[in-house]
Design a protein. Structure first.
Length: 296
């Protein structure tokens, strides 16, 4: 009976590992094909299609993407708005979440309802556009790419729930010793909240890095544009050239434009830095999953 139970456990473990390996391969394979296609000669890519290997390597797609100073400016702009926006968003949302988690605050339920109300009833695009441009005058300013995304109600509630689960005795002791709320937040609450800060920070950074909507809506004549907007315009221009070349009487040589590899190269350039950031915050994810599993 024991031997059959051990055999069943081994079969289950082997099956679980096989399932996880297949799942990982299915997740990695599309990304690998995208990277290989970005380094493949476009003519070969049109003949062979998207394959996990390349018959002829080429850097022409990246030369087209990185040509000119506009892409470099877009990179610097995106790095700036992602860094400043993520840090500022964490600071503002953590402060509001800490206030909402204070049990001694009389109006914390009303404040939580107000934040929840903004999450459920989202304003329309036209009122948002009028208020952002005409009332706050954010058009053609770098803050137009940062401020509209700084407060996210969902992440405020995530932070509030995590702060509320921290041992209340530590905050009460610090409060009785004369520490104010700012000292408690920065010296006690935030150092104990690294897992949730890393999680919220990563998702916020990804949102800032991939955002193109604010750049399209609020930037008219600015000399800076985020990388996503520049890449979007480049892809649309290449697609427009390819469409125009199919019309009769139009003589455009598409062989000089790596249209297929160009798309894959732009995707690699956009998602590359975010993938490199993930290993640095992964340990905080694991810590957040295991925190509270053992009571001491």
């Amino acid at each position: 009976m024991k031997e059959s139970k051990d055999l069943g456990d081994r079969v289950f473990v082997v099956g679980a590992h096989a399932y996880l390996i297949l799942f990982i391969l299915f997740c990695i394979l599309p990304f690998w094909i995208m990277v290989v296609a970005s380094f493949t000669d476009d003519l070969v890519l049109r003949q062979d299609g998207y394959l996990p290997w390349a018959r002829q390597w080429s850097l022409e797609a990246y030369r087209w993407v990185l040509r000119g100073a506009e892409v470099r400016t877009g990179y610097l702009t995106t790095v700036f708005i992602t860094t400043v926006g993520t840090l500022g968003s964490l600071l503002v949302m953590s402060g509001l979440a800490y206030v909402m988690s204070l049990k001694r605050l009389r109006w914390r339920s009303a404040l939580a309802f107000y934040v929840f109300f903004t999450m459920i009833f989202v304003p329309g695009l036209i009122p948002w556009f009028i208020v952002t441009r005409n009332l706050y005058h954010l058009n053609d300013k770098i803050w137009a790419l940062i401020l509209p995304m700084m407060m996210q109600p969902f992440w405020i509630f995530v932070l509030r729930n995590f702060f509320a689960a921290l041992p209340n005795e530590i905050m009460e002791s610090a409060y009785l010793d004369g520490a104010n709320d700012a000292t408690i937040l920065f010296r006690i609450v935030l150092p104990l909240s690294k897992p949730v800060l890393a999680t919220v920070g990563l998702f916020t950074a990804v949102a800032y890095w991939n955002d193109w909507f604010l750049g399209v809506m609020l930037l008219d004549f600015a000399s800076f544009r985020p990388l996503s907007v520049i890449i979007l315009r480049m892809v649309n221009n290449v697609q427009a050239i390819a469409t125009a070349a199919s019309y009769p009487g139009v003589s455009i040589k598409l062989d000089a434009i790596p249209t297929l590899a160009f798309r894959m190269a732009t995707a690699c350039i956009i998602i590359g830095p975010i993938i490199l950031v993930y290993p640095f915050v992964q340990r905080y994810f694991v810590q957040g999953l295991t925190m509270g599993a053992i009571k001491g």
